[in-house]
Design a protein. Structure first.
Length: 613
């Protein structure tokens, strides 16, 4: 059999092809190859296509050298697997996605057209169903398979042993599972190895537990004879044997940061389930066959370790530098991972000192940068858009529109600042620079919290300040009537001008940059950065309302804003909202009008707009 990888490499872009060649070199042909390699290309640059190229070159390299080539693709869920497995198919025939658990491999391997009968297999697995054995009892199918492989050795068929293995299946339905399993073709090799791994003492444990289950309605099992304990241990033994039967040559972990805990060791006493799953994963990742073949591991992730963490962050959330070193330790491998990580830490420390001494240390910093790059490039490759565009701008253009400050902008700042000062809240100038209607959108901020704390008994000066600020919060009637809500903020006005230019407020989606017909529209996506958590709320609420208002002005019928629908009238003609307001006033003990006005400012009701209440 011959195989030509070039047929699949020709469709790759030049930067993808360069990555494929380098990854393959590091995994297979270098004098000192690595068994783990990470492709950390930026999102959208085609890591799946790179994996496709590596698969093709791996098959070409191994054809004729091993009895069977198994390529295993692991991703976080089956929906993604089914989508990507088509892109990874370079064998020209129907792929063989293993959509069940690893412990069910004995049923998959020997069936007609199964894994054992084909020279090349592309197999998809998911950690949740394949490597994570957190449910000790597993599935009915697993238990029926294990029972069938042990049936002759157990030598008993009474209700007690059936009770041990059937788990949550009713006594009436369990025979259907066992009869069906008896009719299946089960791998003799796996079955024999499984029985060899199960000692006679284990068989005696199962028999003793079966006698308890047979004779007592609510048996008091010893810890090692509990059905969950027995089945869980049997499943772990079978899974380990199935890893060897799979004979993986190339394993691809896609978006592995979603199940990164499988890559690292865990304390069995603190996290037994994670420890068992990680042990099984390591057995798969470090597979070595009797013919000298070994599994190579290709990891794909644009964000392979935790993003920047600060000293103020919750320590339980982890630390980005520790996570980075832990990832590097895994990539360098078990043999010299610790030594290589210590070397990397030392080089990074020297690089940091060289950067701190800039500009005098410019030459030394470049040398140190290259040393760090050399270490990392042994196990990592990354391509970014800035590298793949001719002018190195990542296809991103920074927009700095001219900003204006209007009189009402300053009036709102003055009014809200007076309120903040009276409740000893931090200054609001920086917030005011980013968003209007601060009293509506500042949820979770000190100003909001302190206003809430005094809302039942506000001081006279505070009530006066709140009345003065009344024009600078969003009124419910404005939302329900689709009235114009003035954008009293220079940045928000500039963003609205950018968002609504080229008629985008009337478009269902971003127009194509190269349309099949008609003139192109110079419109693109806009990415906004802000330090303040209230800004996304303000942008979404104000611009969505403005878009709806503009559609109303050209005759487009829209429904009422979310949350602004009126309730059905009650017996006295009042709506639910009006009746609720009356009840609230009675609970307040007939609060004075100015107090109620203060409360309406503090907890505004503004329909579809996010108010932070």
């Amino acid at each position: 059999m011959t195989y030509r990888a070039n047929d699949h490499l020709e469709i790759l872009k030049p930067f993808q092809r360069a990555t494929v060649d380098y990854v393959f070199q590091r995994l297979f042909t270098d004098a000192s190859p690595t068994r783990q390699f990470l492709v950390a290309d930026e999102v959208g640059l085609g890591k799946t296509m790179v994996a496709r190229g590596v698969i093709a070159k791996t098959i070409e390299q191994l054809t004729g050298k091993v009895d069977r080539i198994d390529v295993v693709y692991i991703c976080s869920n089956q929906a993604i697997a089914e989508q990507n497995i088509k892109s990874l198919n370079v064998i020209g025939s129907a792929t063989k996605p293993l959509n069940t658990r690893l412990t069910l491999l004995p049923l998959e391997i020997e069936q007609e057209g199964g894994i054992a009968s084909r020279p090349i297999n592309l197999i998809s697995l998911t950690p949740g169903t394949t490597l994570d054995l957190k449910s000790s009892l597993g599935t009915a199918k697993e238990r029926a398979l294990i029972y069938e492989m042990l049936r002759k050795r157990l030598g008993i068929r009474h209700g007690g042993v059936q009770r041990i293995f059937r788990g949550g299946v009713t006594p009436e339905n369990w025979p259907g599972w066992t009869d069906w399993m008896r009719s299946q073709s089960i791998s003799k090799e796996i079955s024999e190895k499984f029985n060899d791994a199960i000692g006679d003492d284990f068989i005696q444990r199962i028999r003793a537990a079966s006698e308890l289950a047979r004779n007592k309605k609510s048996p008091d099992y010893p810890p090692d004879q509990r059905p969950a304990s027995i089945i869980g241990e049997l499943r772990r033994i079978l899974a380990r044997i199935c890893v060897d039967a799979l004979t993986p040559d190339l394993i691809i972990l896609d978006e592995f940061q979603r199940f990164a805990e499988l890559l690292h060791e865990h304390d069995e006493s603190l996290a037994p389930e994670k420890a068992a799953a990680a042990e099984l994963a390591r057995a798969l990742f470090s597979y070595s066959g009797p013919d000298g073949s070994s599994a190579r591991l290709l990891l794909l992730s644009a964000t392979p370790y935790r993003m920047l963490t600060l000293s103020s962050d919750d320590p339980e959330e982890g630390d980005h530098y520790s996570d980075f070193l832990r990832t590097m330790r895994f990539l360098f491998g078990d043999v010299d991972g610790e030594a290589r990580v210590r070397e990397l830490e030392n080089e990074l420390s020297q690089f940091r000192r060289a950067l701190q001494a800039m500009p005098a240390s410019k030459s030394a910093a470049r040398i140190q940068r290259d040393r760090v790059h050399h270490i990392l490039s042994q196990v990592i490759a990354r391509t970014e858009r800035v590298d793949s565009t001719a002018d190195r701008n990542s296809l991103v253009r920074e927009l700095k529109p001219p900003l204006t400050i209007e009189t009402d902008d300053l009036r709102e700042a003055k009014a809200v600042s007076q309120v903040a000062e009276l409740v000893s809240a931090p200054g609001i100038v920086e917030y005011w620079k980013s968003s209007p209607y601060l009293l509506n959108f500042m949820r979770g901020y000190k100003l909001r919290e302190r206003l809430q704390a005094v809302k039942l008994r506000p001081a006279k000066e505070l009530r006066t300040a709140i009345r003065a600020a009344a024009p600078y919060f969003i009124d419910k009637a404005q939302v329900e009537d689709f009235a114009e809500i003035p954008l009293r903020n220079g940045r928000m006005r500039a963003l609205a001008d950018t968002a609504f230019q080229h008629g985008l407020d009337r478009a269902l989606w971003i127009p194509p940059s190269r349309p099949s017909f008609g003139e192109p529209v110079p419109a693109t996506k806009t990415l906004v950065f802000s330090d303040w958590s209230m800004v996304p709320d303000a942008i979404a609420a104000l611009l969505s309302h403005e878009a709806s208002r503009r559609m109303m002005s050209i005759g487009v019928q829209t429904g009422p804003p979310i949350g602004a629908q009126k309730g059905p009238p009650l017996k006295d003609g009042a709506t639910v909202e009006e009746r609720s307001l009356r009840c609230a006033r009675r609970r307040e003990g007939g609060a004075r009008p100015e107090t109620r006005a203060a409360q309406s400012i503090l907890i505004p009701a503004c329909g579809g707009i996010s108010c932070g209440s």
